[in-house]
Ligand binder design. Structure first.
Ligand code: NAD
Length: 494
């Protein structure tokens, strides 16, 4: 049965209130902000504009919940059951959550359903299942003593997340933090606050006790900075831009040296050698990965290096695929590219396109706003050839559907150019020569290297960057390192 998403959207009721200590509440100040949909630029609802006063209430609730051990003190098997129930409730609310996600940030409903909600539920379940399977250690010390190395929850964790994958980014933070026994204050982006608020309700319904997960919508310079500067928050997990990431470290230095973990921007390089084993697959991956999620992905391979001898053939194939990504109505299940998150981001992307043209790159596809009659913010899939690595479009993160193509004749020079970036989130490398592949994988300075594919991803592997792409790793058991303190206990047994 096909779903009439427009009818569902028209009937949808939104709740923009914060979640503090298990209650849905407006900001203490009474302030609210208008939440617009990027699909048509129209108002969806009002949302609580939280600030320092609400942070204070949420920290008190989170601290009280942590101190009385209503969550951390539950038997691990019981916490596991609650987390798994949380995942089940997310799946049961799949269509509702997917619709919220699409209306709030503009991605196609097809992907909200197939990717975002499933991935969020999978993450909650995976960390839930881990709760009673992770053991502590005993150190190999002398016979005279016993040295226990244990992990404890760090306490009150703040999580500040961006708008590009609101449910997934929230889950990557809250799932390991909650599974480890912490209390959490989640701050979604002001551009996409609604799914996180609904997630908070589902957590309560699943049995996560009041005060353990609080959700504070609002602006970065108000609620975000108050979280960063708070003296009673033990850890801050941040995903967002490198610019704000730097600010987050300063907040920690100006306050209580809270542990800070950052997952930041990217300008990932994708290098295709002439001996690439499957050129069609390389073309599909290069084009599909940059236009997926409207190009609003931190790991999007936005710099494509193609060996000169195959570049014409590569571009010919790529340009044939580009029209498949023309933006469409995000509520139409056939649409693969939706709306840019807001007017500001659309203007930023159009500004980068103009700069590419001014600096002499050749615009081979796209380059303009589309679907102007529908309202909302849409940009055609855009492809530049003849890009140099020192052009602005090759240096800075655009965060939109813009692919920059560069060419090379010497693979070592291509790797050096790929590394000549302040970012180091991910990189791709395509070659049939196993020795060359290993040398490149070692030489590329990035948190994840994709070889002869660019899409593989799984909750079992860490996700994060080198250099100014941040210091933290989301996903996998390594994420527990961020939300736990390591304690050594020496016992004299002589
Ligand atoms: P952003 O840095 O503008 O905002 C991120 C979050 O920080 C939002 O919730 C925002 O309200 C808050 N914030 C803004 N200013 C703040 C301040 N002064 N103090 C505290 N909080 C503040 O980023 P964005 O535009 O929402 O997201 C896009 C960025 O996120 C891109 O750079 C992208 O690469 C990055 N990102 C990285 C990853 C990763 O895993 N490395 C994943 C997704 C997105």
């Amino acid at each position: 049965m096909t779903i009439d998403w427009h009818a569902r959207a028209a009937a949808m009721q939104f709740d923009g209130r914060a979640l503090i200590n298990g209650e849905r509440v407006w900001a203490a100040s009474g302030a609210r902000f208008d939440n617009l949909s990027p699909i048509d630029g129209k108002k969806l609802c009002e949302v609580a504009r939280c600030d320092g006063a609400d942070v204070e209430l949420a920290v008190q609730a989170a601290r009280a919940a942590f101190e009385d051990r209503r969550w951390a003190g539950m038997p691990p098997a019981a916490r596991k059951r609650v987390m798994i129930q949380f995942a089940e409730l997310v799946l049961a609310a799949k269509e509702e959550l997917a619709l919220i996600e699409t209306l709030d940030m503009g991605k196609p409903i097809k992907y909200s359903l197939a990717v975002d909600v499933n991935s969020c539920a999978n993450c909650l379940r995976w960390y839930g299942e881990a709760v009673d399977k992770v053991y502590d250690e005993i150190a190999p010390t002398s016979d005279r003593s016993l040295a226990l190395i244990t992990r404890e929850p760090v306490g009150v964790v703040a999580a500040i997340v961006p708008w590009n994958y609101p449910l997934i980014m929230a889950a990557w933070k809250i799932a390991p933090a909650l599974a480890a026994g912490n209390s959490v204050i989640l701050k979604p982006s002001e551009k996409s606050p609604l799914s996180a608020l609904r997630l908070g309700e589902l957590a309560l319904q699943a049995g996560i006790p009041p005060g353990v997960l609080n959700v504070l919508p609002g602006f970065g310079h108000e609620v975000g900075s108050s979280l960063g500067l708070h003296m009673d928050i033990d850890c801050l997990g941040f995903t967002g831009s490198t610019r704000v990431g730097k600010q987050i470290f300063q907040y920690a230095g100006q306050s209580n040296l809270k542990r800070v973990w950052t997952e930041l921007g990217g300008k990932s390089a994708n290098i295709v050698c002439a001996d690439c084993p499957d050129l069609d697959a390389a073309v599909r991956a290069a084009v599909g990965s940059i236009y997926f999620n409207q190009g609003e992905s931190c790991n999007a391979p936005s710099r494509l290096f193609v060996e000169a001898s195959i570049k014409d053939e590569f571009l010919h194939k790529a340009l044939a695929l580009v029209p498949n990504f023309a933006p469409g109505d995000p509520l139409d299940e056939a649409t693969v590219m939706g709306a840019i998150v807001d007017q500001t981001q659309m203007q930023t992307v159009l500004g980068y396109i103009a700069s590419g043209q001014q600096e002499g790159a050749q615009l081979l596809a796209g380059g303009a706003q589309e679907r102007i009659a529908s309202g909302g913010f849409y940009i055609a899939p855009t492809l530049f050839d003849g890009v140099q690595n020192d052009m602005k479009i090759a240096r800075e993160e655009i965060f939109g559907p813009v692919l920059s193509v560069l060419s090379f004749t010497d693979v070592d020079a291509a790797i050096r150019a790929a590394n000549a970036s302040p970012y180091g989130l991910q990189a791709g490398f395509w070659s049939a020569d196993i020795g060359r592949v290993h040398r490149a994988a070692r030489a590329l300075r990035a948190g994840t290297i994709h070889v002869n594919q660019y899409d593989d991803d799984d909750i079992t592997v860490p996700f994060g960057g080198f250099k100014q792409s941040g210091n933290g790793r989301d996903k996998s058991l390594h994420a527990f390192d961020k939300y736990t303190e390591l304690k050594t206990t020496w016992i004299n047994i002589a």
